[in-house]
Design a protein around this ligand. Structure first.
Ligand code: ZN
Ligand code: ZN
Length: 326
């Protein structure tokens, strides 16, 4: 029995013993077919968590940047990761968008408008699947860069994104420590772009997985970099840590202006091209200035648990907290 058979058997077993009876019990029989695919994403998510744990956790013990001071904060980040990856949040959004955009495309087609598709300008693309995968990865990353930059540009958006930056004990689970509303906006944005450039659903799953694995590595508490040249090709833990640094990554000039450096998600080329790149040999401390005690900060609390973090994010977004953090 090969890996593919094993996977299909496991998927069928989980589906028949858990999902199907549960769905009938809840009166959701009409969604049975969709949920079979859902089981597949769930298994991918579990595999992802296992791989991350097996590879990154020993590395964090072996070559840490700093000792973890707050074990609870790391556990809380794990909840975010499990929620996001097992629930396959972004993939779910994509599959909801897919039929909606199909519908929209049909309407546009009816009116004589032909939406952009990579295949239109590159008819031979089916013969180069690896190259196509890389092209999609780069194009999606370009749009991700601008989304991330916008999160730092607008006060209300920073109100949400600051939750991600408030982790002073960055670790392998910190990538998904985000406000759910921000996650939702980003997944819609990325899903629409992916569909607009003709990414197939199965390809999208693989693109998201590859991107997520790299992003988990970037946040891990490990002294890893890809060297002078490599750090300019692929975002390393050292490069992304600079983005999380007080006064460097978020505050561009330290004078209270929103801005910063190293917004790239996978490829630093965007930071280099658009003038936001910052390289250093240091593995810097992370956090937000107003978390520091007075006089530098005001010991601002970004919440310890999941719900308090979500609630405080909403308050910051709506300007209900005085002295907007920088
Ligand atoms: Zn950021
Ligand atoms: Zn980050």
């Amino acid at each position: 029995m090969n890996f593919s058979d094993l996977f299909t058997n496991l998927q069928a077993w989980i589906f028949e013993t858990v999902v199907q009876p549960l769905m009938f019990y809840c009166g959701l029989g009409e969604f049975i077919e969709d949920s079979f695919e859902g089981v597949e994403w769930f298994i991918f998510g579990v595999l992802q968590l296992i791989i991350l744990f097996i590879i990154l956790r020993p590395l964090e013990a072996l070559i840490p940047v700093q000792p973890i001071r707050n074990g609870y904060a790391r556990w809380n980040d794990f909840i975010y990761t499990a929620l996001h990856r097992l629930g396959a949040f972004s993939i779910l959004v994509f599959f909801v968008l897919d039929p909606l955009l199909d519908h929209l495309t049909a309407i546009l087609h009816f009116q004589g408008v032909k939406p952009f598709n990579l295949e239109n300008i590159w008819p031979d693309m089916v013969n180069h699947p690896v190259l196509v995968f890389l092209v999609y990865l780069v194009v999606l990353d370009f749009f991700d860069y601008w989304y991330h930059r916008a999160e730092h540009q607008f006060n209300w958006w920073w109100g949400l994104h600051s939750l991600h930056h408030s982790q002073q004990d960055m670790n392998l689970w910190s990538d998904n420590r985000n406000h759910l509303l921000d996650d939702f906006l980003r997944d819609i944005y990325m899903g629409v772009i992916a569909l607009a450039i003709g990414v197939e659903p199965r390809q999208y799953v693989m693109l998201v997985m590859a991107s997520q694995m790299l992003q988990s590595l970037q946040h891990a508490n490990v002294r890893i970099h890809f060297g002078h040249f490599g750090d300019r090709i692929l975002v390393s833990p050292r490069f992304h840590r600079l983005h999380h640094a007080i006064g460097l990554g978020h505050e561009a000039n330290g004078k209270g202006t929103l801005g910063g450096h190293n917004f790239a998600v996978l490829f630093p080329i965007w930071d280099i091209l658009f003038g936001t790149a910052l390289f250093s040999d240091e593995f810097v401390k992370t956090g937000i200035r107003d978390q520091l005690p007075a006089p530098e900060g005001c010991s601002r609390d970004y919440g310890q648990g999941f719900w308090s973090q979500q609630w405080l994010g909403i308050k910051r977004m709506c300007g209900l907290e005085k002295d907007m953090p920088l």
